[in-house]
Write a protein that binds this ligand. Structure first.
Ligand code: HEM
Length: 222
């Protein structure tokens, strides 16, 4: 069962190319692509579905300054031209292209196409989750670190080359200040204790051994 599931992507090429499925192949046209070529972009006007036959392509979201990788397509994987992501060939290769309205009929008759779509979309979703996670956690982490740095600077006292900070706030109150959940702040605080950025002395008492390090950790890397 496991190996069958794994084979579904490549099975699509076999299905398309098998002599008894001539009617499926008729709906597609084959074309080759070069490494670096854009296979689908958000401003594309066509509405096609394509199946990678040979080579690999990556799918990513891009803004003027950054790119976020979502997934990699391998032979047998299906993708479409109507998404906000860009698809660019990582290698020379080839693919089968079919208009969406034709593909609808094929997918209704062959569950392998739908299964592959679910697999590819699942990978896309997984990539999207990672990006959202990164944004949410990284953002809160910076705000929390900055909160501790500024509090220590304003109301802390020098001690043993570092700074001692007394806070009357609960974790829940800190969470409200940085706009995150109590659980997230708890997790991030534990990470900060582990990495030695902050030491917890007793209830509400924190020691910052190295203010410069805390400041550096509160800023986005350039
Ligand atoms: C039977 C074929 C298909 C039909 C009829 C179809 C239809 C649609 C429609 C109506 C939308 C909403 C578009 C909009 O918001 O303007 C959409 C979005 C989307 N489709 Fe498809 N689709 C098909 C195949 C595929 C395939 C094969 C993939 C990839 C494996 C795919 C991936 C997506 C993604 C990722 C979006 C979200 C786009 C975005 O918001 O950036 N679709 N599709």
């Amino acid at each position: 069962m496991q190996s069958k599931m794994r084979l579904t992507s490549l099975d699509l090429i076999k299905i398309i190319e098998s002599p008894e499925n001539k009617n499926i192949l008729k709906a597609f046209h084959a074309r080759s692509f070069l490494k670096g070529e854009v296979l689908a972009s958000p401003d594309g006007k066509e509405n096609n579905v394509f199946i990678i036959r040979e080579g690999k392509a990556r799918i990513y979201l891009s803004s003027t300054s950054r790119e976020f990788m979502l997934s990699i397509l391998s032979p047998g994987d299906i993708y479409s031209t109507h998404t906000r992501a860009t698809c660019r060939a990582l290698e020379n290769g080839s693919m089968y292209v079919c208009p969406v309205h034709e593909f609808k009929k094929i997918a209704a008759e062959h569950c392998e196409f739908t299964l592959t779509m679910v697999k590819v979309l699942g990978e896309l979703l997984s990539g999207s989750f990672s990006i959202i996670d990164g944004f949410a956690f990284r953002d809160t982490e910076l705000r929390l670190t900055l909160f501790f740095y500024e509090e220590a600077l304003l109301s802390g006292v020098d001690q043993d080359g570092g700074r001692l900070l007394e806070l009357t706030l609960t974790v829940g109150q800190i969470a409200q200040l940085v706009g995150a959940s109590r659980q997230m702040v708890s997790t991030l605080l534990n990470d900060m204790y582990k990495s030695g950025l902050i030491e917890r002395r007793s209830r509400g008492k924190f020691f910052i051994p190295d203010m410069d390090r805390l400041q550096a950790a509160s800023q986005l890397p350039l």
